[in-house]
Design a protein around this ligand. Structure first.
Ligand code: PLP
Length: 408
């Protein structure tokens, strides 16, 4: 029997995926792809709740993955059997990875020239045997990013992510020497032989303008490669807040159209956040209230275990019905039920006092939460529910002691 409850009765701790909100994001993504020709993929590292993939499949072209497990999931739940694409990129693939990825992936993107050289014979042979279905690309590092936090900046000095123009040029002397005219240069026999695309990922929670400026740099550095007839796609990565209210979707559409036309490429976007932003709750309950110069509420949800980005980024997550500390009469520090002193979600104020049993609804909790959670301190994993159009939540999964023990 399906378990169905109103949001207010879902037992805590619980993640609730908001299906109508997910659809709203999907509509906005589809608007961009319908009007620009871009293919939009879900970056599963942000959100891999495959029970809603059939719904997401109505709006996007497929999934991308950070390695074999995500690729297999994307293939099984939103891949070729559904007429959808499966892409994968990782800093490094093993030969065993390639054996498993080649039969299920449309695009495989390599992070270094050495990786491409290692795998290209096997990859190209496999693709040839299968009518050229599999296509291969390189991740480039344009050495230009407007991300201010180093933790999220793939262009930071010493970055391991992507190939710089100077490193690519070092490998391309034959290519450049083959002709002074960029249009008559020969790809055969160079490392560009067998490659069909370029990929960059240099954004994080950004609007259209930083992308626009980044594309300028990409074109300055890589246009002679993009111009090649053998290069048929350009992947603009993720980190684009495409589904936010104030995102310049029409600006993105015209830029995608311009790029597609100028270089004769299919343009890909692979957002994670933009698919699942503002599309879920993490619901917790107050277990105890203690005092230490400030009132502190101890919750059955933990920053460290259930929303680790709160500590990693760090940020103070939005909480329904709450205000800034000190803004209303009752201020509390909210903390998890672990031994980590820093397992603090943040300081919030409320119009009424919290009590043991009070329920708290953290919002924007679908992405980078369920995929990142852990059982540190033996903390229970929140159950997972889907909030439907009728306002009722359907249970997807519950976890218990066995889920803790099985991984140890
Ligand atoms: C993280 C990542 C994405 C998705 O990023 P969002 O910020 O969630 O949109 C896409 N592509 C690559 C290569 C990534 O590493």
């Amino acid at each position: 029997m399906e378990k169905r409850l109103p949001l207010q009765q879902v037992p805590t701790p619980a993640y609730v995926i908001d299906l109508p909100a997910l659809r709203k994001n999907g509509e906005r993504l589809k608007y961009v792809s319908d009007n620009s020709g871009a293919h939009i993929l879900l970056a599963q590292k942000a959100f891999s709740s495959y029970s809603v993939y059939p719904e997401l499949a109505k709006y996007i072209s497929g999934t991308t993955a950070s390695g074999y497990f995500e690729a297999q999931l994307g293939y099984e739940e939103m891949g070729k059997p559904f007429g959808k694409e499966t892409h994968v990129y990782a800093p490094a693939f093993t030969s065993e990875d390639m054996d498993k990825l080649l039969p299920i992936c449309d695009h495989i993107i390599f992070n270094s020239i050495a990786q491409w050289k290692t795998h290209r014979a096997k990859a190209s042979a496999f693709s040839k045997e299968n009518g050229g279905v599999q296509s291969f690309g390189l991740r480039i590092n344009p050495e230009y990013s407007e991300i201010e936090t180093d933790l999220y900046n793939p262009c930071v000095t010493g970055s391991r992510l992507g190939i710089r123009k100077c490193d690519l040029d070092n490998e391309l002397s034959d290519f450049y020497a083959s002709s002074d005219d960029p249009e008559s240069r020969k790809v055969e026999g160079t490392i560009l032989e067998g490659l069909s695309g370029l990929h960059f990922h240099t954004h994080c929670e950004q609007g259209f303008e930083p992308l626009f400026r980044t594309i300028k740099v990409i074109e300055e550095k890589f246009s002679e490669i993009l111009m090649l007839p053998s290069i048929t796609w350009l992947n603009l990565g993720g980190g684009h807040h495409i589904s936010k209210d104030d995102y310049d979707r029409d600006g993105l559409i015209s830029e995608v159209k311009r790029l597609s036309k100028k270089y004769n490429v299919t343009v890909y976007l692979e957002p994670g956040e933009a698919v699942a932003i503002d599309a879920g709750y993490l619901i917790g309950s107050v277990l105890d209230i203690v005092e230490n110069g400030i009132r502190i509420a101890i919750l059955d949800v933990s920053a460290a275990c259930h929303m680790p980005d709160v500590l990693e980024m760090p940020y103070r997550p939005p909480l329904q019905g709450s205000f800034e500390a000190g803004e209303k009469e009752y201020t509390y520090r909210l903390g998890g039920n672990t031994c980590l002193a820093g397992d603090v979600i943040g300081d919030y104020s409320f119009e009424a006092p919290l009590e043991v049993g009070s329920r708290l609804y953290f919002t924007d909790m679908a992405m980078y939460t369920i995929v990142k959670n852990n059982t540190f301190n033996g903390m229970p994993l929140p159950s997972i529910w889907i909030l439907g159009d009728d306002g009722l939540c359907t249970l997807v999964k519950e976890f218990g002691y066995e889920d803790f023990k099985m991984r140890l």
